[in-house]
Ligand binder design. Structure first.
Ligand SMILES: C[S@@+](CC[C@H](N)C(=O)[O-])C[C@H]1O[C@@H](n2cnc3c(N)ncnc32)[C@H](O)[C@@H]1O
Length: 331
């Protein structure tokens, strides 16, 4: 590699935060909802048109906006579809990502480099349980997570082995995935999540029920109800959210309960350009976080009798779904 190529790679990485922050801030301020417009027509965003113009030039470099020769800024239709309107990707980027995730990786609330602090003192991480002890934080996070998971939820539900009974969703949040499974397959889904999460969960329909419990303690999971055992279980983003040494016990507990299939969805390093980044984003606050590849996950499922039946990307360049089915009950 030449020095020039090396310098270009370094700079692209080092200064990526500028365009990232410009995008997240534009989402927070709902700037794209005002386009097409000239910078001097964007008084709702800032009284300083030159400042807005500079921000838009940064986004232009990333292909997110276009400027015509009259100085009117607009967006390609596909960008606008994703980045404008309520419950759009804009809300997730300007909400959970900007307000809750970036401070956890960067300068926190004190101006101290969180990543550097955690590298020096890994035991300082408090995990979701510590974070969600604050009910307002849990609420803001889940509202955004719910909106962000609606899209992947449909794809995940369609990719499952056809359920033939009740499904358990461990760490299911406000039930975006559970609702999609219930709707697609017409079976009940029981969601387990932390008390502060399920206490504030909006109704998710007759087929989805919420249970306060801890993924790390299977005795707190709902027991099979009405004599009906769980057919399968979904772990969506759970492995990023709990200590790495707890992944295998969760799978073991599911195997002990006799589920026929387990679907693991999340950030699997080596599968997608943003998978490692999102693993790091969780590693800075989840104690004992361990990054896994899709092969690691498939091997773990196999150790407990679940043979890989499907593996596919779900959120482009970011998440992967690995499904295992018990070899003796594959039919
Ligand atoms: C990234 S969110 C994913 C939510 C949902 N599965 C989805 O795909 O939209 C991670 C979830 O794991 C939950 N979680 C984290 N640690 C947990 C634990 N020890 N027990 C139960 N749930 C937990 C969080 O409260 C949060 O709802």
């Amino acid at each position: 590699m030449s020095l020039a190529v090396a310098a270009r790679s370094i700079n692209a990485t080092a200064y990526g935060y500028v365009s990232s922050w410009a995008l997240l801030t534009a989402c927070e301020l709902q700037l794209f909802d005002h386009l097409p417009a000239r910078a001097d027509e964007l008084g709702a965003v800032s009284p300083d048109a030159a400042l807005v113009e500079t921000l838009l030039y940064v986004l232009d470099e990333e292909g997110l906006v276009d400027r015509d020769h009259h100085g009117v800024w607009s967006q390609p239709e596909s960008m606008s579809t994703l980045l404008t309107g309520d419950q759009s990707y804009r809300d997730y980027l300007g909400g959970q990502v900007l307000q809750q995730m970036t401070p956890r990786l960067t300068l926190g609330t004190t101006g101290e480099n969180v990543l550097a602090k955690v590298l020096a003192d890994p035991a300082s991480r408090q995990g979701y349980e510590g974070w969600f002890a604050d009910a307002d934080e849990a609420h803001a996070y889940q509202a955004s997570q719910y909106a962000g998971s609606l899209g992947p939820a449909k794809a995940l539900a369609r990719s499952l082995p056809k359920p033939s009974g009740r499904v358990l969703d461990v760490g299911g949040g406000w039930g975006a995935i559970a609702q999609a499974i219930a709707r697609t397959h017409d079976f009940d889904v029981d969601v387990v999540d932390l008390e502060s999460v399920v206490a504030a969960a909006p109704p998710a329909g007759d087929r989805v029920s919420f249970h306060a419990g801890n993924a790390l303690d299977p005795t707190t999971w709902p027991t099979d109800r009405d004599g009906v055992t769980y057919d399968g279980a979904v772990l969506s983003y759970l492995f990023s959210s709990i200590p790495g040494d707890q992944h295998e016990p969760v799978v073991r507990a599911l195997a002990d309960r006799g589920v026929r299939w387990v679907a693991v969805h999340g950030f699997m390093v080596g599968s997608g350009a943003h998978a490692a980044a999102w693993s790091l984003q969780h590693a800075v606050f989840v104690p004992g976080h361990v990054s896994r590849t899709a092969d690691d996950v498939a091997d773990m499922l196999e150790r407990h009798g679940f043979v890989e039946s499907d593996r596919r990307p779900l959120v482009d360049e970011m998440t992967t779904l690995v499904v295992g089915v018990r070899a003796d009950r594959a039919g």
